[in-house]
Design a protein. Sequence first.
Length: 460
Amino acid sequence: MIEQTTVAIVGAGPTGLLLAGDLARAGVEVTVLERRGAESNLTRAFGVHARTLEHLDARGLADEVIATGAPVDRLRLFDHLRIDLSTLPTRFPYLLITPQYNVERALEKHAVAAGARIIRDAELTALRQDEDGVDLTVGGTTIRADYAVGADGVHSAVREALGLPFPGRAVLTSIMLADVRLADAPADVLTVNAVGDAFAFVAPFGDGWYRIFAWDRLNQLPDTAPLTLDDIRDVTRRALGTDFGLAEARWMSRFHSDERQAPHYRQGRVFLAGDAAHVHSPAGGQGMNTGLQDAANLGWKLAAAVRGRAPDGLLDTYESERHPVGRLVLRSSGAIIRMAMVRSRAGRLARNVIGGTALRLPPVAHKAAGTISGIGIDYPHAPRAADCALRDGRRLYEVLRDGRFVLLAPPGFESREKHIELATPTDAATGLTLVRPDAHVAWRGDPAGLPAALDRAIRR
């Protein structure tokens, strides 16, 4: 049996769901294929960074997700080293602590309401492409799509079907995860520390349960090795000075953390996004966020291609813009985890003194906060577009919820372009600015340069 769809997305995690919602909002027929039959209780991501909250705001979802979590405006790395997020130039100057499944729920509801179809218990067994489309085999069904996206995680069946390598290595092995009850609630929303031979991270689910990540240099075991509450208690006490009265666990497991990146995010009509394209250490909580930002970049470009309005080379810019970001996140999260793993007391002291001194320098502190939050990540020819107030009472990111280009222009400016939305900022100093659907600046200039800028941005 052969079914037809315009875009097939493999994987219904946060990345696949955001992409599905964007495509469906643009009127593109989209089918999401998910191997799992039901929602998994395994959620490794716990932090939603500021740039991701901006992307959720541009879809009308930020308030819903924020209501499920707790904000943290200073990110503690280890000992007394902290990154101050409170001065970020955004409406969301903090890290939101909320489990990944809260983000997934909001994105799935949004995608389905927009018209996306999600098929569960649908495991991809084969993928082939030709010049005109992609065939995806799921059980006894072949799904024919114009384009396909692999958002199916670190063990991506799409990436394997393409024959793309996934070079890298395991940076940490035998990380312990547990969902636990604590007799004593931690004083901080996010509790984390590293002492050379051990580190621990504690974050709330918001319902009385907590997630603990713990690592013990002195007891490295396979992912399949049994895990006990005493193992978790011991490492947590060593790293944090207390186990907070850890009493019971509803789930425990071990996993290993890799640093890997595919050499290409596109092969013909097939794309990779999220963990299928790149995986990082959990340090800094950037993994899920990077995947969601991949989807925000790819969605409008795929929609333009499907509708015949993509300028030549537009789809190639997905890889050219996002691959360097994936590489940057590998480096930054890798640097944090390697600093956390410094073993000797002298090394940790040097780390704390040098790191603490550096983070007191405004340029260094600004760069660190911008990188980890995503607010400071620009593309070479498309910087982030900051939100701004408009004369009609709305904000730029509210206008972006239509998924269209927005032209910020002074009062009285007229445009006959039917594929863009005209908006007037309250700040008279704002020049003529064309903003992409993913909240990046496509162009700034004077009216004479607008036609050429539009031709580069969208086929009219």
